[in-house]
Write a protein that binds this ligand. Structure first.
Ligand code: ASP
Length: 318
């Protein structure tokens, strides 16, 4: 059995590529890396890789991670600038026994030494979004806002290996040096080939408070189906945050177990995700949380898919 699940519609092309690789016998490490690179390279996805939206100083600082569920190796980079594929740097770092999580300049030095591709990741389009936002909030203090989305994936190969990986430009207008959940093991991602994996998107500051990807894998280890595990973890964290702090940020999670069963949960409207499984075509679904706390989802219509691409590629009105 092989399978892949990933956050957001933007993962679809990557998941489709990963699925082809898995079908041809690739391992879950190569497939998840290639799938995320596909998203990083697409200039119109404004929250991951090339074309990602900048921080408040108009710099694109990227976070990414990789975890191997066989060995529990983890590698991550945070606030890295000017490198094309942070997920590949994270994967390379996962093979180090020490110094496997690097930030900023240290991460860039490592990437340079290892020969990774340098690239200016700030596109004209991202600059236009930045200028537009500045105008909208003229005179007010700049705050990070909802121009974000992480690509987070879990991948299972035919040999039973599970991997997880993430990549993001984090919150639009974030402070220089801000790090979200995506490169933090247990929060943004977790993989254990004996159980399965999980990955997150949403407000990093809140996702981290629940170590939520680890929590989902832990619940799956206790025997919960991925759907049950995701719902329980997301609903509990959402409720705890509301009780203690009066509000909860966006929390959306995907998970897959070692049998290829999968699940999702969210506390927002319109969370999209992509799934590929052996013997089935890759699909995009739209999820929402019902009154009873259960998460329901349906396959995205062709119209929704076309509209999505149209909006992503529309000119930026400044
Ligand atoms: N979780 C990411 C962060 O806080 C952003 C997102 O997934 O939307 O950096």
């Amino acid at each position: 059995m092989w399978g892949m699940i990933a956050t957001w519609r933007m993962a679809f092309e990557g998941v489709s590529k990963g699925a082809e690789m898995l079908e041809a016998g690739s391992n879950a490490g190569d497939a998840v890396e290639a799938a995320i690179r596909e998203v990083e390279d697409f200039p119109y996805y404004k929250s991951v890789g090339y074309g990602g939206l900048p921080n408040e100083e108009m710099e694109v600082e990227l976070d990414a991670a990789y975890m191997d569920g066989d060995t529990l190796d983890v590698g991550a980079v945070a606030a890295i600038k000017d490198y094309a594929n942070p997920v590949s740097i994270a994967r390379r770092l996962s093979r180090e026994t020490v110094n496997s999580v690097l930030v900023g300049e240290g991460a860039e030095k490592f990437a340079h030494k290892e020969g990774f591709e340098r690239k200016n990741m700030l596109t004209d389009r991202a600059k236009a979004f930045y200028r537009k936002r500045r105008k909208e909030v003229a005179g007010q203090e700049l705050k990070p806002y909802s121009g974000h989305d992480t690509v987070g994936m879990v991948c299972l190969d035919d040999g039973g290996k599970v991997t997880a990986a993430t990549s993001t430009s984090g919150l639009f207008m974030k402070k220089k040096g801000r790090v979200g959940d995506s490169p933090i093991v247990g929060s943004g991602f977790y993989a254990d080939s004996k159980v399965g994996g999980a990955s997150a998107t949403g407000l990093g500051e809140d996702l981290m408070k629940g170590c939520i990807s680890y929590e989902i894998v832990r619940l799956m280890k206790e025997g919960l189906h991925p759907q049950e595990a995701c719902e329980r973890a997301v609903n509990l964290l959402d409720a705890e945050l509301k009780e203690r702090r009066g509000k909860a940020g966006d929390l959306s999670l995907v998970a897959m177990n070692r049998e290829g069963q999968w699940g999702v949960a969210t506390n927002i409207e319109g969370f999209s995700f992509a799934v590929a499984l052996k013997g089935q075509k890759p699909k995009v679904y739209l999820a929402k949380r019902g009154e009873d706390g259960r998460c329901t989802f349906e396959e995205a219509s062709r119209e929704w898919m076309e509209d999505y691409m149209r909006t992503r590629m529309a000119p930026v009105e400044e």
